[in-house]
Write a protein of this length. Structure first.
Lengths: 222, 222, 222, 222
DNA sequence: AATGAATGAGCGTTCATTCAT
DNA sequence: GATGAATGAACGCTCATTCAT
């Protein structure tokens, strides 16, 4: 477990070997616990998970958890402030790759579904916590939610300027309309045990966003 | 406290009176506990709620709970199988009042928002449980969800026949698209401490469902 | 364990038997735990005692402790605010029985030694806590100490008026001089496993208080 | 950090330097830990102190403690067998400086108060441990106590020979009478946050020992 | 039926001690 | 020698559930 690269250096008047770790090793255990916790929380739910389960999953002793986390709640907080934030940051990158508003929306939805499909346990934890009251991660979720909403706002505003989106939109409702739909699609997928490909939902979903379900939407002279 | 009719009998070495509890009486305490539980679970979340809290809120002794419910989990199960089902049944009534598919959809969304606005605590509990894995109420939720989805299916099919809805819809996606949007609108309202009127969201929301956000939907003369 | 006296009464339309307990029973268990705690704390010291030990000694389940005490610390607090205070109150009675200052002092010391000899475990706990810093029972101890010191003050003042005690005394030092001596006598007795009679120390000790150890105290012809 | 003289040797596959730790060096860290422990134990009490606190106060790593002490208990044992013994040894010196029994008693009390005033933390630890049952330092305390008592015995015997002390004294009680008074004076001072000068208590206290508080002690013609 | 005192399993957390580096 | 990350036993406390009254 402890084979590592190391540096030979001269200290005082002798050669010494010093394993290269400190940060690397520390981070390694921190992440192992974090990933284990995501898995256990996804399986059992936060309140039904025990520190022992997380420690067991991570392959460390119970006490070790407390070298890296203040308490059980803190694990959840860090899952959100570290892990989820990282996921949400990727959304921005993906959006920036596209030019038009509609393509940006498509990329956002694509990346959202893709990331949640890739990290299914994280997705489960995220779904559970965002729909709870009295949540320990209120702050983080609000922040992430705002980040998401801001992206949607920008896209819609761009779309309106481009003329590809309606100008009479109640934007704060549009945001919920989009996030909610995507969320529900993910939620259904999660509860279906993930037997189908989530990403394949992108095009039909974006189509619904853009055109709705009304027949008169069949535009043109058609 | 509840004297009505009763039986006198001799037990051990004393006469005892035993009230002949009518169904109504029993139901009254049962419902008091159920409503108390909804309130407490909404406030604290299921796992952070204790039997004592529920009993206190209901104004009964802790032990009394176990005369009406098998255990703590059973309270949640009964909340869903009794209370929530009742709410969902009202959706059907409301839908039936309308003629056209679009009006039916509007009525469904209206009643959904209205009921959840009216019984805020129930809404909180519902939101939390439907987004949990390992849920104690898996069966009930699936059933309710199916009931909802079936209504949407019927509406969409009727809309397609009427020509008011697109024929190229991926129906099982449409269902999630609608339910998810409504859910998210409710969720946001719940977390906003309910400062605004949820029902006022109906028209803008249905408009988004029907027309989407795309500008070309602004069908001219079509 | 639950044989008790009871009352027969007529309720509604039947005779009922109602055990007379409530307070009696409750008090009984409260006191059982309190006495058990004193014993265990005396044996092990507060910090090395566990709730399990106290519960075991009291013959109740661990959880039962928390029906009567807020937490472990609270047991100690209640030992002092209930039990010890009661002991100290008896000092006053005893002092009042005597007329002259010297007899009052003798009675005080007598009762002090007698009470501590009678309730040895309480004495051990008292000794330990009064000589601790950061003590959980700071308030109580200060109060008891003041009560004791006040009695000594009154005695000395009366003695000075009677002419049986020196007028040039530094009273606040006299208090410590007396309390300290008595305490140490008790402490030595406690650590000697109580093999001798503590109360027999009264006369020699009071003699030392009054006459000191100086030979010139041997008042000649006086 | 501590380079002085050292040896170069080849270990495994590298040259190593090994400081030739003088006794002084070793002692230096040993004493740093001991003093740190006294401070921490005085602040928190032995059981509420942690090895980490002691290590932190001493500026060493937790593990380092175990190079100098067998375990946590051993620190307390060594505090008493090393530090306290040293303090008590000084009493003897001071006593020997005086000629008469009464001066010797005065010097003993003076040095006792002076040393405890000087090393307040030590005084706190001493007070706490000497009034505990099940003490880890039973042996040491008995030894120190005996040392103290022996000095008092010698003084009293000398006083009796000189004619300056009563011949009808119950010596083993006199010892407790003196030690107890001094102890209580110190204890009160410790709990008063040491706002006054402890040493100034010497003369009034010795006066009480010699003359007591009785008015007839004011021997007229004696 | 109703009560609420009693139970004890189970959990979060601490911390003395070890040991690889 | 010195370090401090890792360990896991042990403890305080909670709370769902039972049951005598």
């Amino acid at each position: 477990m402890n084979e590592h690269s190391f540096i030979i250096y001269y200290y005082g008047n002798s050669f010494r070997r010093c394993a290269i770790r400190t940060k690397a090793k520390t981070n390694e255990k921190y992440h192992r616990i974090l990933e284990a916790a995501i898995k256990v929380f996804a399986d059992q739910g936060f309140f039904q998970s025990t520190i022992s389960m997380v420690a067991g999953e991570a392959g460390v002793a119970d006490g070790t958890i407390y070298l890296y986390f203040k308490n059980k709640d803190d694990i959840l907080v860090q899952i959100f402030s570290y892990k989820a934030k990282q996921v949400f940051n990727r959304f921005r990158e993906e959006v920036d790759k596209a030019k038009t508003a509609i393509d940006k929306l498509r990329n956002l939805v694509f990346r959202h579904l893709q990331e949640f499909q890739r990290d299914r346990d994280m997705a489960v934890v995220y779904q559970a916590e965002t729909h709870q009251k009295n949540r320990l991660v209120e702050g983080q979720i609000k922040e992430m939610s705002k980040m998401y909403m801001d992206i949607v706002s920008e896209i819609v505003e761009q779309g309106q300027e481009e003329g590809s989106m309606r100008r009479d939109l109640y934007i704060s409702l549009v945001k919920r309309f989009i996030l909610g739909s995507v969320d529900e699609v993910i939620n259904t997928w999660l509860h279906s045990e993930g037997k189908y490909d989530l990403v394949s939902m992108v095009d039909p979903l974006v189509d619904l966003f853009i055109r709705g379900i009304g027949a008169h939407n069949r535009v043109g002279n058609s």
